[in-house]
Design a protein around this ligand. Structure first.
Ligand code: HEC
Length: 267
């Protein structure tokens, strides 16, 4: 039995090696391709790379995405995506590996800082300005508030008093914000005198939340808005205060002095 078994074994191995076909050196050989991926600098960038090495033989050459084989296993200038690297050993045996290059965060490692230079606005006008200075990157554009549109100029004019959010964005889209408050210019002496006059001579009918005339002169901006009408009714025509008596010359002068100076709250 033992003899027969050996003979059979000999026969099998003999018949196998006895053919003219050369042994396939790749049969049963697994070539493993490993790679170290470097992501791109950000969306749209092609600075990704893969450094591949292979196991399962020697004398490897490498091919990227079915391109030509080259000695180096490092492939650079890659966009984000999945890339296939094939490795071929000196016997022509090939293995492959898939590697995903991702887009890196273009804002990582950047510190963008924003400062604002604000000038106040006329209380009932739009004369405020904000000038933005951004540093820590390049290619900045700017906008005011989330609803604003990015612009190249770092200067915003024609602003009414209020709170704003300033946005600065660099060329890669990295955004930084900064709060800015446009203050109101303080009331000037001429306007203050007009407010005092209206509160004493026109009150009841024009002041308070529900003036009996239906016309409010109870806020600074309402007075500014109606200044020409105030002058014509109370100074020129003497139709106000309604029912009389007409304003004194000194009271009229309070109104005309203010309007002549410009009729602004800051006058
Ligand atoms: C007794 C109530 C009363 C007093 C006091 C009074 N007004 Fe009037 N005013 C009215 C009424 C009512 C009207 C609406 C028009 C009308 O009836 O003539 C009016 C209208 C006006 C208007 C026109 C508003 C517009 O839409 O253009 C002005 C300006 C005005 N008043 C200014 C004054 C000023 C300034 C004073 C104080 C110096 C004054 N009024 C005092 C009752 C009053």
């Amino acid at each position: 039995m033992t003899f027969v078994g050996l003979a059979l074994l000999f026969f099998l191995s003999c018949s196998k090696s006895g053919t003219d076909e050369p042994a396939n050196p790749c049969e049963g050989l697994t070539i493993v391709v490993n790679g170290t991926v470097t992501n791109t600098a950000g969306p749209g960038s092609t600075t990704g790379s893969i450094a591949a090495t292979a196991k399962g033989g020697s004398g490897f050459t490498f091919s990227l995405n079915n391109g030509p084989f080259q000695a180096s296993g490092t492939f650079s200038n890659l966009a984000a995506g999945t890339h296939t690297i094939r490795a071929k050993n000196s016997d022509g045996c090939i293995g492959s590996g898939s590697f995903t290059v991702s887009d890196g965060d273009p804002c990582a490692g950047k510190t963008i800082s924003v400062t604002v230079d604000v000038s106040s606005s006329e209380k009932c006008g739009k004369t405020g300005t904000i000038t933005v200075t951004a540093s820590g990157s390049t290619g900045f554009t700017y906008r005011l508030n989330a609803s604003g549109t990015y612009q190249a100029s770092n200067n915003f004019t024609g602003l009414e008093p209020g709170n704003y959010t300033v946005y600065a964005k660099d060329a890669a889209g990295c955004e930084t914000t900064k709060a800015a408050t446009v203050g109101a210019v303080a009331n000037g002496p001429l306007f203050t005198a007009v407010v005092t006059l209206i509160n004493s001579k026109c009150s009841g009918c024009h002041t308070g939340t529900n003036p009996t005339s239906g016309i409010s002169l109870g806020t600074d901006c309402a007075i500014v808005e109606k200044k020409n009408s105030i002058k014509s009714q109370a100074v020129d025509l003497e139709t106000m205060p309604k029912g009389g008596p007409a304003l004194s010359a000194a009271d009229k002068k309070v109104i005309t002095d203010w309007i002549t100076a410009g009729g602004k709250t800051s006058d």
